[in-house]
Design a protein around this ligand. Structure first.
Ligand code: DGY
Length: 351
């Protein structure tokens, strides 16, 4: 009797033509609506699967994979993967993948868009106009901060941070300072026009500070009341990384008390919920996690996730070598244990 094909599930509607490629290799279950799955629902969904293609909406750790003995691959559509417990997945021999590179420039564009919109008060000005408040043109109305020639601070200097730096230094003639876990090679710094500084110097000197660092235990609320107090009162803060990096109540307090001029936020700690304290403010530009949301880039992200899943499940031209595996060590361990990444695992080899 012919062996049944591996089963994969796609957690929300994502470009049918791209997702459809999975049907060439797998029994594919797609999803018609965007849903918020509970941990129990995810556990039930994952139980019969060999692989899943998911988004940041799905939080997957030990509990969610506990009853999924066949599960071998989780392809995350997104570069950030704080929704995945990588240690738990690795321990279970499950390959996790993400979608770096393809979204770098689009996300850097959005970072710069938010910076400019916040600094030049675009949301506030548009709202004011729509409210019919434009009686007379007034010279001193809606005065914002300059971007050209200002000091741009970047916290987190990975690919997206470097994209922001290039835009700032080469597009707007900005002085670019950055802080990162490690300093970039001098040649890279020179090409970007960026200078490494310590965290406090970054806070103190930036006219516009963009957060682009991964969300980890160490970066949780790294921008808190104390950090905000070190920033210029005239400064702009932009967060395109993850909401939990900023203490939002402290930020709302600083914005409403004149201790920070403006903010642009694309990510929120409790998203999709946004704190009423932020919603009430006019000097913050709020967008619903659209950093990578251009049509071309979102399609590329889904294509990369599909390629990852096909390869992680041992199919296609790159079988066993997903283009962007996060836990390559798990792949190596699986191979050392005698299984190829694409081979069907038994419960015994898995846990
Ligand atoms: C990412 O890729 O991490 C984005 O935040 C989700 O699109």
């Amino acid at each position: 009797m012919a062996e049944s094909r591996p089963r994969v599930w796609v957690s929300q509607p994502l470009f049918d033509d791209v997702i459809g490629q999975l049907g060439q290799y797998f029994d594919l279950t797609t999803t018609v609506d965007v849903a918020a799955y509970s941990s129990a629902e995810l556990s039930e969904r994952l139980a019969p699967l060999d692989g899943a293609l998911i988004t940041l909406n799905e939080r997957i750790g030990a509990r969610e994979i506990a009853h999924a003995p066949r599960l071998r691959a989780i392809a995350n559509v997104g570069v950030g993967y704080n929704n995945l417990d990588i240690a738990a997945l690795s321990a279970a021999g499950i390959v996790a993948t993400n979608t770096p590179d393809v979204l770098t420039e689009t996300t850097a564009d959005l970072g710069f868009t938010l910076l400019m919109a916040a600094a030049r008060r675009i949301s506030d000005a548009e709202r004011w106009l729509r409210e019919g408040q434009w009686g007379q043109w007034s010279f001193q109305n809606m005065l914002g901060a300059d971007i050209h020639g200002a000091t741009l601070g970047i916290l987190g200097m990975g690919r997206i941070g470097q994209g922001i730096a290039r835009r700032g230094a080469h597009g707007f003639g900005m002085r670019v300072l950055y802080h990162n876990r490690s300093q970039l090679p001098a040649q890279t710094e020179q090409a970007l026009g960026a200078q490494y500084v310590d965290f406090d110097t970054l806070l103190a000197q930036a006219d516009h500070l963009v957060l682009v660092l991964p969300y980890t235990q160490d970066s949780h609320h790294i921008i808190d009341a104390a950090a905000l107090a070190k920033m210029k009162a005239s400064a702009t803060l932009v967060n395109i990384a993850r909401g939990g990096i900023v203490d939002e109540l402290a930020l709302a307090d600083a914005l409403s008390n004149g201790r920070l001029a403006a903010a642009g936020l694309d990510v929120f700690e409790g998203e999709p919920a946004v704190r009423s304290e932020l919603l009430a403010l006019r000097n913050v530009v709020l967008t619903p996690h659209i950093g990578s949301a251009s049509l071309a880039t979102r399609r590329s992200m889904v294509q990369l996730a599909v390629d990852n899943l096909i390869a992680a499940l041992g199919e296609g031209a790159s079988a066993g070598h997903p283009p962007s595996a996060i836990n390559a060590d798990a792949i190596t361990a699986a191979k050392a244990g005698g299984a190829t990444v694409g081979a069907t695992k038994t419960g015994a080899t898995k846990r």
